[in-house]
Design a protein around this ligand. Structure first.
Ligand SMILES: [Fe+2]
Length: 512
């Protein structure tokens, strides 16, 4: 028990040390760890021409409450070097990991040089973190090439992250993650791996779930390899939630907001993001942009937080009476305005929408009827038409949509609206499959081949697990689909079943 006198004497001692030597009280205490406090690895993200965010979280026993930390504010030092051996340290500093933020560390390093690689590491007490590789983006007027990969959907129980192992072996400038980084579900029977906790609803549950996922060494290797751009989808909170409407519609808006606050905070704590903290964790603004010189402008979007509820009670179905309501929205007004005005002002060639749900209107009915997904952009035809017409105005021939969510690879040509077939093709949509969600996978979903004739804009579909690699210059865009034949055991090889190309000044997709 701390008495008032103890407290006062502690306070005066701290005050004395602080006045005698600034920060000396911090130096007094060197943390000691029986287990590696860097068991969750390191990461970097949201690069700019002059900076990048470095991340880690102290969690010596990842699955325990507070990650096995003892409740004390803990000093962490960081170093950023121009070489892998740390012979030339460019910057270093010290931060404090606090229990209120799950002992997470975010360092937004300023003052770096554009378009170059750096190496970074952390230390607390005697414990040193693994080394990560980070880089800055090219300056605004530089036409520099970009090689990046994008991925999504990594349900831990469904299988191994072999795809990340292969991704981490590639030469990449960036990795974009389009959501479903965790799944909220309780453990299920008969899976290759197992969630350590029940369905997650509270902050400590979400923290423990992220910690479990982040103990995966393939995932850690992918994070350490290059900076990431991360957005979320639904499972970071609750399956198919929309704004303040939960999955089963039983919860009050207030309950959904409480859950969202816990989920959004845990997401922020575990991601290498430059996302300003909001007044309430339930309202975390994460849409943001990463320009890559004048080669590409990557718009990282949030299609969950502000969307209107899915029409027709969600699902894949024949449109009902509430379908196509005039006020439907996927991005919310503010994000949509920010995106359209940003595309209008951007001088970069490729305008890239890094987002969650499929934009192309895939009709699963092979006959004259229509059956579409109400959770995807097809469920929001008014909002989609408005956005695609803006893309057609500001980025015709230069629009590229990157999508996750549905655990399968897809390729589509994108039109400036799909309500009339005479609308021109303005770019392409590339959809990445899951890293692990859905288990081993199959060549194709059974219902897709018979429906292909009814969907002429769809050029490719595969239901294997994997990720997508893109090589981009201001002349052309090359997309390579990577797949692994199984995830139920480790060690699958990687294959490249399809490649597509977009060329500057030429309409539509070309074979690779
Ligand atoms: Fe998913």
């Amino acid at each position: 028990m701390t008495t008032r006198r103890d407290f006062l004497s502690h306070l005066s001692r701290t005050a004395f040390l602080a006045s005698a030597a600034p920060n000396a009280w911090r130096l007094e205490w060197r943390p000691r760890f029986a287990d590696d406090p860097f068991a969750l690895g390191v990461a970097s993200g949201d690069p700019r021409p002059d900076g990048v965010v470095l991340w880690t979280r102290l969690a010596p026993r990842p699955l325990e409450p507070e990650g096995g930390m003892d409740g004390r504010r803990t000093p962490v030092t960081w170093e950023l070097a121009a070489d892998e051996q740390f012979a030339r340290i460019v910057q270093q500093g010290r931060v404090t990991a606090v229990p209120e933020l799950g002992y997470s560390v975010h360092v937004d390093v300023p003052g770096l040089e554009p378009d170059r690689w750096y190496w970074y590491r952390f230390q607390t007490g005697e414990a040193k973190s693994p080394v990560g590789r980070a880089r800055t983006t090219p300056a605004g007027d530089a036409a520099r090439p970009l090689a990046f990969a994008f991925a999504s959907c990594q349900h831990f129980e469904s299988g191994y992250y072999t795809a990340f192992r292969h991704l981490a072996a590639e030469e990449l400038d960036l990795v974009a993650h389009l959501g479903d980084y965790i799944y909220e579900y309780a453990p299920q029977q008969g899976q290759p791996r197992r969630h350590a906790t029940r369905e997650i609803r509270a902050l400590d549950d979400y923290r423990a779930r992220y910690a479990q996922y982040k103990t995966d060494l393939d995932l850690q290797a992918a994070h350490a390899r290059a900076p990431w751009l991360v957005t979320w989808d639904d499972h970071e909170v609750d399956n198919n939630y929309a704004d303040e409407v939960g999955e089963n519609g039983m919860e009050s808006a207030e309950q959904v907001r409480t859950r969202r606050a816990a989920a959004y905070q845990a997401w922020w704590e575990h991601m290498p993001v430059r996302v300003p903290r909001a007044a309430s964790w339930a309202d975390l603004t994460i849409h943001r942009a990463t320009p890559w010189g004048r080669t590409a402008h990557l718009w990282v979007l949030d299609t969950r937080q502000y969307r209107s509820d899915q029409p027709c009670n969600d699902g894949v179905k024949v449109p009902c009476a509430t379908y196509g309501a005039a006020g439907d929205t996927m991005l919310g007004e503010a994000q949509e305005r920010w995106l359209v005005e940003g595309m209008r002002a951007s001088s970069a060639h490729w305008q890239v929408l890094a987002q969650q749900v499929m934009m192309a209107p895939f009709d699963f009915d092979p006959g004259p009827a229509t059956r579409v997904s109400m959770d995807q952009w097809t469920g929001y035809p008014v909002a989609r038409d408005r956005l695609l017409r803006a893309c057609g105005q500001h980025a015709a021939g230069r629009t590229v949509v990157l999508t996750g969510d549905i655990h399968s690879h897809w390729t589509h040509e994108v039109r400036a609206g799909w309500d009339r077939p005479d609308r021109p093709v303005i770019g392409a949509e590339f959809v990445c499959s899951s890293i692990s969600s859905g288990g081993d996978g199959e060549d194709q979903w059974r219902e897709v081949p018979p429906a292909m004739a009814a969907n002429p804009d769809c050029k490719y579909h595969s239901a294997r697990r994997g990720y997508v690699r893109c090589e981009v210059s201001d002349r052309e865009w090359v997309t390579r689909y990577r797949t692994v034949p199984y995830v139920s055991r480790p060690g699958a090889p990687v294959e490249t079943p399809r490649t597509f190309r977009l060329e500057r000044g030429r309409t539509g997709l070309q074979p690779g």
